[in-house]
Design a protein around this ligand. Structure first.
Ligand code: AQP
Length: 334
């Protein structure tokens, strides 16, 4: 049976890319009636320095972002990674299955560690093994993610395959990345060749889910573009990353195909298209921001949702971890 698992790091600045690439699609999977587990991956966030008070706040804000985006804690299991110890325990097993060479090929590690890789944390290097544990602790089969996570999911498959092979079992499923829709890679509003990112120093590069209507519309009106009007069809967007990005965002927010957007907006100058996109974005995003702020006023309620989710998650993960240890020959309680 399919079981959907995915996560987002509570590292602040939750943005439109996280919404279209992840949250909106998480809600769609839930609404299709699939079993869904979604995790605030705080253990991943601390692979780079997080101020403790900021991490606490970002974890609650992310939880509020999930709920405001349509995730329902009674239909999906919403929880915080560090509250379910099985993630770390299974990650250790996978650290022993994965090979150094596999990790060295990960482009996200190379990007995030930068030139000074010797000074990156060991956790940042081992990040994909923890991610494999996140998914496989639940025997997750489908993982909705943005384009940037594809390589990590492939590594999760390699880890599952090697474990099964080494121990001669058919135990872990091979999880599949689910990367679909018009906005699997939302780009920066300042540079159409860079992905929209939490850590971009320019706040104008991204639309935050906490932005109000004014900020959303200002950022879209100021988004960098070339001077030409939109082309007549999707093919004409190929060499125009900024234009393509805005059209993709429009398509994803409106639940339309890119071709349908082009049929409607092809040939429009940005002075016409941007205000339309701004109205659509405000219409879809401003209610999320308002709802997040409302939810953030009751921290106890948020912490209760996470504690309840953690208990339900643990009930699935604990027997899978025990079975993993048994397969490996580790002695348990009589
Ligand atoms: N620009 C994006 N377009 C589409 N999807 C995106 N995701 C992230 N950025 C985009 C997807 O959001 C989910 C959560 O990602 P994460 O918590 O791992 O965040 P991240 O990728 O670390 O986010 P940033 O903004 O890229 O942070 P920094 O700046 O630290 O690198 C994932 O499914 C991801 O694909």
């Amino acid at each position: 049976t399919p079981r959907v698992f995915s996560g987002i790091q509570p590292s602040g600045n939750l943005h439109l890319g996280n919404y279209l690439g992840a949250l909106k699609r998480f809600a769609e999977a839930q609404d299709r009636g699939t079993e869904t587990l979604y995790c605030m991956v705080d253990l991943h966030a601390v692979t780079v320095w997080q101020e403790p008070a900021d991490l606490t706040r970002a974890t609650r804000e992310l939880t509020a972002g999930f709920i405001a985006s349509g995730l329902d804690p009674t239909r999906s299991i919403l929880f915080n990674q560090s509250q379910v110890a099985e993630h770390s325990q299974l990650a250790w097993v996978f650290n022993c299955v994965a090979r150094m060479g596999w990790m060295q090929r990960m482009t996200q590690f190379k990007d995030k560690a930068g030139k000074n890789a010797q000074n990156a944390s060991l956790g940042l290097f081992a990040y994909p093994a923890l991610m494999a544990a996140d998914i496989l602790a639940y025997h997750g089969t489908h993982v909705p993610v943005g384009e940037d996570q594809k390589q990590h999911i492939e590594l999760s498959r390699d880890i599952a395959m090697k474990f099964n092979h080494d121990y001669g079992v058919e135990f872990f499923p091979l999880p599949e990345p689910v990367i679909e829709g018009a906005a699997t890679r939302v780009m920066s509003l300042r540079d159409g060749t860079k992905k929209m990112s939490k850590s971009d120093p320019s706040d104008m590069s991204r639309i935050n889910l906490t932005d109000n209507a004014d900020a959303i519309s200002r950022k879209i009106r100021k988004a960098r573009t070339d001077p030409e009007p939109l082309p007549m069809d999707a093919k004409g967007l190929e060499d125009r990353p900024e234009a393509r990005n805005l059209v993709n965002i429009y398509a994803a927010l409106a639940d339309m195909s890119v071709d349908a957007v082009m049929a409607e907006a092809g040939g429009q100058p940005f002075s016409v298209f941007k205000p339309r996109l701004a109205d659509l974005a405000v219409d879809r995003l401003a209610p999320i921001s308002t709802e997040m702020k409302r939810l953030m006023r009751d921290e106890v309620a948020i912490d209760t949702i996470l504690a309840d989710g953690a208990a339900r998650a643990r009930a699935i993960a604990a027997p899978i971890l025990r079975r993993t240890y048994d397969i490996m020959g580790m002695v348990g309680a009589p």
